[in-house]
Design a protein around this ligand. Sequence first.
Ligand SMILES: CC(C)(COP(=O)(O)OP(=O)(O)OC[C@H]1O[C@@H](n2cnc3c(N)ncnc32)[C@H](O)[C@@H]1OP(=O)(O)O)[C@@H](O)C(=O)NCCC(=O)NCCS
Length: 168
Amino acid sequence: MIVIRSEIPEDYAAVYQVNALAFARKNEAALVNRLRAVHPHISLVAIEDDQIVGHIFFSPVSIESEDAKFMALGLAPMAVLPEHQNQGIGSQLVRRGLKECEEQNHNVVFVLGHPNYYPRFGFTPAKAKGIVCEYPVPDEIFMVVELKPEALSGRTGLVKYRPEFAGV
Ligand SMILES: CC(C)(COP(=O)(O)OP(=O)(O)OC[C@H]1O[C@@H](n2cnc3c(N)ncnc32)[C@H](O)[C@@H]1OP(=O)(O)O)[C@@H](O)C(=O)NCCC(=O)NCCS
């Protein structure tokens, strides 16, 4: 059985390992260490047989236009240990993570990710809503989900991630 719960400090070393192994490099693991100092954030772990096998993180992003700035959350990074992938653990983390976002009154969440994966959780291309990413990425991989109807309510502009993401 998979248990999903909020991360606690005793999890930090295991969460580092999950990210380092899933991405086969240390960039995302180190990013998580930097992002913990940023608030608000949401960090959840997936546990199977007392072992942390997955992790998901949400940190603040801003949607900026000439005359307005609106805060939302960005889903990143997310990781599942290689030998535990394709068993639905990532999906459980996304669903539970979005629920947690909503419960904490964050009703707009962005993701940079695979266009075949994230639409199953309600994400759609942000470009269609007049929102683009600060990074030069293909339009179809930058997606957004509104957790309440009209959560974006016409807000458009450029999404900026936290400076901690620079160089990852
Ligand atoms: C992406 C990841 C978290 C998914 O976790 P998971 O537990 O394997 O996910 P699930 O079992 O819920 O879903 C598996 C689905 O995701 C797809 N998938 C997994 N990794 C993918 C990737 N990098 N690109 C596209 N699709 C991917 C699988 O093909 C499968 O699709 P299907 O359901 O249509 O068959 C995991 O594969 C992982 O840690 N990958 C390495 C790190 C990474 O790329 N993180 C995401 C970017 S922040």
